[in-house]
Ligand binder design. Structure first.
Ligand code: AMP
Length: 610
């Protein structure tokens, strides 16, 4: 398909905790790209089976049968440590296994084609991105290279880098890591850019499956300036589901004196039923949670009211308003300064969440005009076209200014216990900030620079994100060597820090976790492995198609109008094909395709529509 100005289009991918969505700017508008099942959003789910790997809907649809090898919600792991309390809390609820890998990085353990395999979160994310890339490529009939991937505004440097790496692993050129609320604001405002020129303050409230983001933007004349962001990387629909699950587990225990929490399959089936009930409660005052043979042959059924659901999640809903207050405080604005409230994310369909927003903003109209599941990908596609130089006047008008989600600084004084703030949170990016430091002791010949992110004055409460040392300082009384330090943050929110001794020009620095925690060699290995997995998927699909052809031939052979010799040869060919597949589990894809082709040539009826 031709693109604007003959430039291969760049895509926008909303890589969500529970669902992902891909969109493209084409034919003067944004198109949300449906997947092979015709769905506009795809589950962020990867499954491993005895036969092969499944992605998206195919993976989600078999979750209940294969819970320990069906991986979801990896966005909650990406860029985090295994010992992180959030990770520890999450993995308690997951049926698949997560263990500590090298450098305390979580690894997901699955059984794939009879072998135990361990994957980093970025590898699983790369598989979801592969699916989204393929969805786009099938639709556009070209190879897609350039993409924007969105992340919660609250993602730190290491989570952003790990997401970027996931794109690199599947051969995407990630032209920008973009904040989800900014993308949603663009989607909201795009139609109005050239109509409504008044500057507006827009609050984007994005409550999805696993993350909550709130951002305040000033929009006008095609400029989108993020004034402040806040949020919680661990709050969303999955938590509401878990509250329902806990409620049912307790009820089951009371009624039947049995604890189902140790049974992964029962827990997964219960969670599916709870999620369904939660959705029903968005438009009905009551719902039934029902699971046949939930545990020990016992059927489980319970009724739940909207009011009870709201009660179970009350504290979680209230956490949303706390974050809005923080965001407004950072932007130096009170709630009356907000002109528009945009709701994004599947969980904003919950009536209580909408009511809380209405109450908080004292009756202000909530904007739900853009599809909550698609808004982020929609805005990302517009910005992708903008950066990709796809010639389109409206698209090129956009100017985006994002901000740093967390404060950044250096540990100073004895034991590096105090945070010397260099870049306050909510500073517009890209940015370069300078600070100068001095030696603390007489004859000090080296200085360590531990770099932290976080809001505490004490470094022990912040997150150490990297460190480096400057050596070779000439011995001298304390305070006589001056060191210039620069913090440089690029448009993706990725930080590099450099320091230079003023008198000697001795210099050192780091790009903080330029590769997340991965080395270039590790990324290369993952790229190669991703290629191998993809080839195995294709081989698996090809085996299935040959099997399907053989089955079709067998059933066509049974047609009573067919001569007995035709019948015999068709049956024989079909059985031979199946036997050949069984004898050759490792046959290569060309051989399998050749067999398909031969069957079709010999029996052209196979190519006819049913
Ligand atoms: P997102 O990450 O934006 O795709 O949001 C996905 C989350 O929205 C999941 O937790 C869904 O269960 C939740 N969700 C989708 N539709 C509804 C609904 N009608 N009522 C409540 N939650 C919903």
């Amino acid at each position: 398909m031709a693109s604007e100005g003959n430039i291969a289009p760049a895509i926008g991918i909303d890589l969500g905790t529970t669902y992902s969505c891909v969109a493209v700017w084409q034919n003067n508008r944004v198109e949300i790209i449906p997947n092979d099942q015709g769905n506009r959003i795809t589950p962020s789910c990867v499954a491993f089976t005895e036969d092969g790997r499944l992605l998206g809907d195919a993976a989600k649809n078999q979750t209940d049968m294969n819970p320990t090898n069906t991986v979801f919600a990896v966005k909650r792991l990406i860029g985090r440590r295994f010992s992180d309390s959030f990770v520890q809390n999450d993995i308690k609820h997951w049926p698949f296994k997560v263990v500590a890998g090298p450098s305390d990085r979580p690894k997901i353990v699955v059984n794939y084609r009879g072998n135990q395999k361990k994957f980093y979160a970025e590898e699983i994310s790369s598989m979801i991105l592969l699916k989204m890339k393929e969805v786009a490529e099938n639709y556009l009939a070209i190879t897609v290279k350039n993409a924007i991937i969105t992340v919660p505004a609250y993602f730190n440097d290491s989570q952003r880098q790990a997401t970027k790496n996931a794109g690199t692993i599947v051969g995407l050129n990630v032209i920008r890591i973009m904040d989800e609320p900014t993308a949603a604001a663009i989607a909201y405002d795009f139609d109005r850019i050239n109509v409504d020129t008044n500057k507006k303050n827009v609050l984007v409230f994005d409550l999805g499956g696993g993350t909550f983001d709130v951002s305040l933007l000033s929009i006008g004349h095609g400029n989108f300036v993020v004034r402040a962001t806040a949020g919680d990387t661990h709050l969303g629909g999955e938590d509401f589901d878990d509250r329902l699950v806990d409620h049912c587990v307790k009820e089951f225990k009371t009624k039947y004196k049995k604890d189902i929490t140790g049974n992964a399959k029962s827990m997964r089936r219960l969670k599916t039923a709870c999620e369904r009930a939660k959705r029903i409660l968005s438009f009905s005052s009551r719902a039934t949670i029902e699971v046949d043979y939930l545990y020990d042959g016992i059927d489980f059924s319970t009724r739940i009211s909207q009011a009870r659901f709201e009660e179970l999640n009350k504290d979680l809903f209230m956490r949303c308003t706390d974050q809005i207050e923080e965001c407004l405080r950072d932007a130096n604005m009170d709630r009356t300064g907000v002109d528009v409230v945009v709701l994004v994310g599947g969980s904003t369909r919950i009536p209580k969440v909408q009511q809380l927003m209405k109450d908080f903003f004292e009756g202000k109209e909530l904007c739900m005009g853009i599809h909550p599941d698609e808004a982020v990908a929609y805005g990302a596609a517009i910005h992708a076209a903008n950066l990709n130089g796809q010639r389109e006047k409206d698209v090129q008008n956009l100017v985006l200014v994002d901000v740093t989600p967390l404060s950044l600084g250096v540990g100073v004084n004895q034991g590096y216990k105090d945070m010397h703030l260099v870049v306050p949170r909510n500073t517009p990016i890209p940015t370069k900030k300078h600070t100068s430091m001095e030696t603390l002791y007489d004859n000090q010949t080296f200085v360590r620079f531990p770099i932290y992110e976080g809001e505490s004055a004490e470094t022990k409460y912040n997150n150490l994100i990297g460190e480096f040392t400057i050596n070779g300082i000439d011995p001298a009384p304390k305070g006589s060597a001056k060191i210039n330090v620069w913090f440089n943050i690029d448009a993706n929110g990725i930080l590099s820090v450099t320091a230079q001794v003023e008198s000697t020009c001795i210099k050192n620095g780091i790009v903080i976790k330029q590769n997340g925690d991965l080395t270039a060699a590790e990324i290369q290995t993952m790229i190669e492995e991703a290629g191998r997995y993809k080839a195995e998927d294709e081989k698996y699909k090809s085996r299935i198609s040959l099997e399907d052809l053989a089955e079709k031939l067998k059933s066509l052979a049974m047609d009573p109008g067919r001569s007995s010799s035709d019948m015999k040869s068709m049956k024989e060919a079909a059985e031979n094909a199946i036997a050949w597949l069984e004898r050759n589990p490792h046959a290569d894809i060309d051989e399998i395709n050749k067999r398909q082709w031969k069957l079709k040539i010999t029996f052209p009826i196979l190519c006819e529509e049913n």
